[in-house]
Design a protein around this ligand. Structure first.
Ligand SMILES: Cc1ncc(C[n+]2csc(CCOP(=O)(O)OP(=O)(O)O)c2C)c(N)n1
Ligand SMILES: [Mg+2]
Length: 544
């Protein structure tokens, strides 16, 4: 008789079957047994410097490959991944958090084992708040089903899940002849038909419809369908910050990034004056839609995402986002004549004014000209993110940022996950000095794995964004000599950039130097800021 797989082996098999090839994390005694299995499996273990870095890397990996995994030890490791998991939850990224834990036999009589916080299930309770499904694989009879259930939930909702693996269950066989649960959810056909009929009527009657494409279009891989919808109907499309790069930004029907007051005014006016805004895969979050400044009225909206489909004030039950989008694409809508609509600012030829000191605006102009189709732009929180909204992403280059949850420290570790998920892409990391000081040491992980991101540190000597809200000594940073980190790490190349000529020279060398990472320490004035941050400040000042 065929022996059943062990619980640990089954988990590895299922991750592999869903396209996972790398697992990020740091071991500890409660998870060493499973690490041993992992290291002998088809999955590659990627040690990071810190668990939070592993969490961010797995999040970015999931955004590109459709599923990511992080594996850590109990509480001391797990709770360090909590923040990254919260970000993945908020921004819809399916990360499997695997945590080792005390064995079930060790838990009897509730002893005080190391790493335990309050109860044995304290960590699980925390993760129940941060994930769409959580399980402790304590019962061999149900362990395989539980693994199937949580992985399905991650894939269905594109959100993180939690799997706790007690160390005495790793090698225990699950039930024999288990058949993997495959769920294929279908829409209710009548409900779908009714939703599409109302959508069609609303779009046909609209004077100036517009599509707003957001994060779930990426997560569900529906970019092609949105493009077809746009091209068949002639309806212009804007992206949100989380949805940026959903469509090549040179497309004649692409408006730009819509982010309320943060974004360009012409895009905002066009979208907000529309009588039919088709929100695809969007969530009405504040930063994503411009810090409480977006003005989108439900009565003028078709709002479809994985959680609901609603049109004006009607909500349609049991309609899957994918089916609804497929239906919209199939509607016979007339093709509209070209509109008078705004377009993103095309890339100007950049001529360096050699002796000029760097400014944020000029830095972005130069980066705009530097971008190429094989790059993935990843930004951290701060002006690196605000300013990046105006970057002109040519092809459908990936653009990744923590635009909603906005946890600093995302970008450098995320670049590790991104490049392992797709080695053809070279990450261009845009990161503030404050954010870099949080997780920049993951460049060690970059070095260890032979990766080659180009990391641009926006060195304005402090928490620049906050200086514009309320300044004080708490916004100052200890100045690091960032460009010399390669000496410490024994890998990479560092550049100090003070002038436009320095930047030109550094980028030219970084482009050619593909065998290792490049770090550009770009010196900026503490109060300098991007046009986007300028716009936000001006609009908020007007409101106050
Ligand atoms: C983990 C975390 N801590 C604190 C904040 C609050 N915060 C938002 S922007 C910011 C300053 C960012 O500084 P830096 O990375 O240097 O970028 P800059 O604003 O200077 O461009 C801070 C502290 C945050 N978003 N995330
Ligand atoms: Mg800064």
């Amino acid at each position: 008789m065929k022996r059943s797989l062990s619980i640990g082996q089954y988990l590895i098999e299922r991750l592999y079957a869903h396209g996972v090839r790398h697992v990020f994390g740091i071991p500890g005694d409660y998870v060493l047994g499973f690490y041993d299995h992992l290291s002998k499996s088809k999955l590659r273990l990627i040690n990071t410097c810190d668990e939070q870095g592993a969490g961010f890397a797995a999040d970015a990996y999931a955004r590109v490959r459709g599923l990511g995994a992080v594996c850590v030890t109990y509480c001391v490791g797990g709770l360090k991944v909590a923040n990254a998991t919260a970000g993945a939850f908020a921004e819809k990224s399916p990360v499997v958090v695997i945590s080792g834990a005390p064995g079930m036999r060790e838990r009897r009589k509730n002893p005080l084992l190391h790493h335990k916080v309050r109860e044995f299930d304290t960590q699980k309770k925390v993760f129940e708040q941060l994930t769409v499904a959580a399980t402790v694989l304590s019962e061999p009879q149900t362990a395989f089903q539980e693994i199937d259930r949580v992985l399905q939930a991650a894939l269905r909702f594109k959100q993180p899940v939690y799997v706790e693996l007690p160390r005495d269950r790793v090698d225990v066989p699950g039930i024999p002849h288990h058949r993997t649960l495959e769920v294929h959810e279908r829409s209710n056909r009548r409900s779908l038909r009714a939703a599409l009929a109302e959508a069609a009527e609303m779009i046909r009657g609209a004077r100036q419809p517009v599509i707003l494409a957001d994060v779930e279009v990426h997560r569900f891989g529906l970019q092609e369908w949105v493009l077809e919808l746009v091209e068949n109907t002639g309806i212009p499309v804007a992206a949100t910050m989380l949805g940026k790069s959903v469509i090549g930004e040179q497309h004649p029907l692409y408006l730009g990034v819509y982010e309320g007051a943060l974004g360009r005014d012409d895009v905002r006016r066009y979208v907000e004056s529309s009588d039919c805004v088709i929100l695809l895969g969007a969530f009405m979050t504040d930063i994503n839609l411009g810090v409480y400044t977006a003005r989108l009225d439900p009565v003028r909206s078709i709002y479809a995402n994985s959680e609901k489909v609603s049109i004006r004030y009607h909500t349609y039950e049991e309609v899957r986002f994918k089916d609804f989008l497929a239906g919209l694409r199939g509607l016979r809508l007339r093709r509209r004549a070209p509109h008078k609509m705004p377009h993103p600012v095309p890339i100007r030829r950049f001529e360096a004014n050699a002796g000029n000191l760097m400014t944020v605006t000029r830095l972005f102009e130069r980066l705009n000209a530097f971008l190429s189709a094989n790059m993935v732009v990843v930004t951290d929180v701060g002006d690196a993110m605000f300013g990046a909204a105006d970057l002109f992403i040519r092809e459908r280059t990936e653009f990744i940022s923590p635009a909603y949850y906005t946890s600093m420290g995302f970008a450098v570790p995320a670049s590790v996950g991104l490049q392992l998920a797709n080695p053809k892409l070279r990450p261009l990391v845009l990161v503030g000095d404050g954010a870099f000081q949080m997780t920049g040491m993951e460049l060690a992980t970059v070095a260890r794995n032979g990766l080659n991101p180009i990391v641009v540190v926006f060195n304005n000597r402090g928490y620049g964004t906050e200086r514009h809200i309320q300044d004080g000594p708490f916004n100052d940073l200890w100045p690091w000599d960032y460009s010399r980190l390669p000496e410490v790490l024994g890998a990479g190349r560092g550049f100090v950039v003070r002038t436009e000529a320095d930047l030109d020279a550094a980028l030219a060398q970084a482009r050619d130097c593909t065998e290792t990472f490049c770090l550009l320490d770009v010196h900026l004035a503490p109060l300098d800021r991007s046009l986007a941050l300028e716009r936000l400040a001006a609009r908020l000042a007007k409101k106050l």
